[in-house]
Design a protein around this ligand. Structure first.
Ligand code: BES
Ligand code: MN
Ligand code: ZN
Length: 485
């Protein structure tokens, strides 16, 4: 999909499909050029100009564009970034439906080009790599998108296109990683992807630790979870130097497949567990575009990558492991593995990264999905500034997070009889909070830290306009927005 900003009269533009917004000047121009046909059909079809409502008509040669798509926008000030992206995604899907290769979108001045580009690129995303060549050939593609604007806005639209393309590329990169089969996206593969990402970029570097190095570092927690698998674990450290004295550390859960271990999941719940490295994928998505966006801040990415398998050497309920910060963990449920591997990753951040803020992303608990559903991530932090900044970045970029409590009163449920903490709570309630409280035991003291439980929004169980079924790339947009501010 190639994007271009142009200052051209809508009634002169050539395209397979021209999208105009209901009530806009351009819609009126098109209507006039078509002898009132657009308003006539809209009336006959009872078209309501609600956000995302669409009406498609042929132009019968009255204007150079082959089809006009009338798009409802509603009242612009009320629309969020998500709304705008969703509307653009619907335009993209409609264009694909009618096999339009070239499309033009008339941008009202209130509409951000970035949101439109993101909607089009995210909404038309497919993961067809493993389908037959025949199916891949039949898949329709939008080849060219022209965004029509006015001379005073041209520069802003050009910049918006560039930003939107880069951000979407990063999101779709993360989606691909999640959507790939789990026997392909192994910890070793994540390490290889990381090394490839930094290649040729003077501002970036990557270190990969294997089992021996991890042992030397004292990462018994990750090694414990990795024991049930034939695949070797990897601890990955990515660095980006943005030429500032400030450093942000991003930590990602990279369970490349979560069977639950000996506390085995049932088949239904295991079906989607390739998603369990979505936190890691989001970080890799972010790093994939840092050299393009060049935020003025240093970024360290830490990925704890392993499978969670019930092999003969697997940790058993009741086993005790020592995390890198010296705290011991009684593993009572091997399916609560994410917090165990993150214990080492957060400890590592405390010892080896001089961070001004730490944010971890993890598909940590089914309980967070019960609490907030499939669209919203839970945010746990005691730092109000960080909470405000992350919340704002999410809202501005079209993602949704909600502050949840790090409720001190539930800490006692994590007490173990034989170790410092146990990996499941003594209470059957508040599962997302309990997971976060466990992580807090390992987050370095004195550094603002936020935990994002992305179990819900990381993976779409059904198609929506903006996110086709599968990996969503959640977190990439909000993190990029945050880093750029
Ligand atoms: N990866 C899962 C959490 C998850 C569930 C993510 C569904 C996305 C969709 C995690 O490792 C897990 O199994 N958590 C357990 C924790 C419990 C044993 C305390 C859960 O949520 O059931
Ligand atoms: Mn699990
Ligand atoms: Zn998991």
């Amino acid at each position: 999909m190639k994007f271009q900003a142009k200052v051209t009269d809508v009634t002169k533009i050539e395209a397979d499909l021209l999208a105009v917004f209901a009530g806009s000047e351009d819609a009126k121009k098109v209507d006039t050029a078509m002898g009132g046909m657009l308003s006539e059909v809209a009336g006959a079809e009872d078209f309501e100009a609600k956000p995302g409502n669409l009406l498609l008509i042929h132009t019968h040669g009255k204007i150079p564009a082959k089809r006009v798509l009338l798009v409802g926008l509603g009242k612009i000030p009320e629309l969020t970034a998500t709304d705008l992206q969703t509307i653009a995604a619907k335009i993209g899907r409609k264009a694909k439906e009618v096999a339009a290769k070239t499309i033009a979108v008339s941008l009202p001045k209130e509409l951000q080009a970035q949101a439109v580009v993101e909607g089009l690129m995210l909404g038309t995303y497919t993961f067809f790599k493993h389908k037959s060549e025949e199916t891949q050939r039949q898949e329709k593609h939008i080849e060219e998108v022209v965004l029509l604007t006015t001379p005073p806005r041209l520069n802003a639209v050009v910049a918006g296109i560039s930003r939107g393309e880069t951000v979407s590329q990063a999101v779709n990169f993360a989606r691909d990683l999640v959507n790939e089969p789990p026997s392909f996206t192994t910890p070793t593969h994540l390490a290889d992807v990381s090394k490839k990402l930094v290649k040729g970029h003077a501002t970036m570097s990557c270190e990969v630790f294997g089992p021996q190095e991890m042992k030397k570092l004292g990462m018994e927690a990750i090694l414990g979870i990795a024991r049930g698998s034939e695949e070797e674990p990897r601890f990955i450290k990515l660095s980006y130097k943005g030429g500032s004295s400030k450093t942000v550390c991003l930590v990602g859960k990279g369970i490349t497949f979560d069977t639950g271990g000996l506390s085995l999941k049932d088949s239904k719940n295991m079906e989607t567990m390739k998603l369990d490295m979505a936190g890691a994928a989001a970080i890799l998505g972010v790093f994939s575009v840092l050299p393009i966006l060049k935020p003025n801040i240093n970024v360290v990415g830490l990925i704890a990558a392993t499978e969670n398998m019930p092999g003969p050497k697997a940790v058993k309920p009741g086993d005790v492991v020592r995390a890198m910060n010296g705290k011991t963990i009684e593993i009572l449920n091997t399916d609560a593995e994410g917090r165990v591997v993150l214990a080492d990753a957060l400890s590592y951040a405390g010892v080896n990264v001089k961070a001004n803020a730490i944010v971890d992303l993890a598909t940590l608990t089914g309980a967070c999905m019960v609490a907030l559903g499939e669209e919203i991530a839970g945010m746990f932090t005691d730092d109000e500034t960080l909470a405000k900044d992350l919340k704002r970045s999410a809202a501005q970029s079209g993602e949704n997070i909600w502050a949840m409590p790090l409720a001190r009163e539930y800490k006692e449920f994590l007490k173990s009889d034989v170790a410092d903490v146990k990996n499941i709570s003594g209470s059957k309630y508040g599962g997302a909070i309990n997971g976060a409280l466990f992580l807090q035991e390992f987050a370095p003291k004195g550094i603002p830290w936020a935990h994002l439980d992305i179990a819900g929004p990381a993976y779409a169980e059904k198609d929506t306009a903006l996110t086709p079924k599968g990996g969503t790339g959640f977190g990439v947009r909000m993190l990029l927005q945050w880093l750029l501010q």
